[in-house]
Design a protein around this ligand. Sequence first.
Ligand SMILES: *Cc1c(COP(=O)(O)O)cnc(C)c1O
Length: 362
Amino acid sequence: MSRRVVNFSAGPAVLPLPVLEQVRDEVLDWHGSGMSVMEMSHRGREFESILAQAEADLRALMGIPANYRVLFLQGGATLQFAMVPANLMPATGRADYVHTGEWAKKAIAEAGRYGAVRVAASSAGSDFRCVPPRTTWNLDPDAAYVHITTNETIGGVEYHWVPDTGPVPLVADMSSHILSRPMDVSAYGLIYAGAQKNIGPAGLTLVIVRDDLIGRAPSSTPTLLDYKAMADGGSMLNTPPTFAVYVAGLVFRWLLEQGGLSAIERHNRAKAALLYGVIDASGGFYTNPVEPSDRSLMNIPFRLRDDALDGPFLKSAAAEGLVQLKGHRSVGGMRASVYNAMPMAGVEALAGFMQVFARRHG
Ligand SMILES: *Cc1c(COP(=O)(O)O)cnc(C)c1O
């Protein structure tokens, strides 16, 4: 068998090995159908069962209430930056956004094309090192919704609390930490996530939306961008990303077998604690800029004391099979993404490597 690296990519990212093995085993003949899922009609009985099972397993994992619809869409989280305001903004013509970093910034910019967007709170003043405390938020009671980015994938800043926005629906981009721990879906009006971080292959986007927020898009909205049309059509108005839905379904199954989201949270907390522990105990050789209370469990950015060591760090790490550790081009430094599918052994290998590297170069 070929050698598997320890993959810290921010996305597309590592998938659970048992899922990949099952995909391999089923690729020529899915459950006696004589074909792969890639070759099946999306209208056939086989694929319909795959989609229905994926939705049922996701509902069980997240405890999604009956008055929420699950949509399997395309276009990535980036298309949701437009679809959310296209559908929800017309209610009052304005929306509030909380600015916490690179992804929030992109969501804010796109929403501005649809109406009056207000930044109700921002951590720009502290260089995006934290989630702005709820007491600093200046919310508009007439906003159609409040948009938050619950895990900033580049900055490594995560909400570990759910903001109360009263009767104004809360909309969350959960792309890089959905399924990493239990989330109270009922606290949100709409949740969306691109699949390629913590769900499955690229090409699939999940939207979980409360019934009353469906059917608000103006009639000029393109059909594929209208939540009502997609909900009524069971995410099958046109061909869905069938293979990505299938693999996502296997990931949901794998998560259930791990014991569900409380179990995966314990696993994720242990992994993150190990890496932050190494960073904080390095005497400044490694630094993470984020307020400890707002540190992400999924994306851990860090810098080395001397940028000149970045190249040697990445090279020595790669020699040990530890790859995709280079930080986002907009911030530099390093970033270790440790999604659900990253095993503890991979994190232990990185932690050990970092300690040795610091001793050698500190
Ligand atoms: C990756 C990411 C996006 C963009 O996702 P695409 O699927 O590439 O459009 C948006 N928001 C967050 C928080 C992300 O991590």
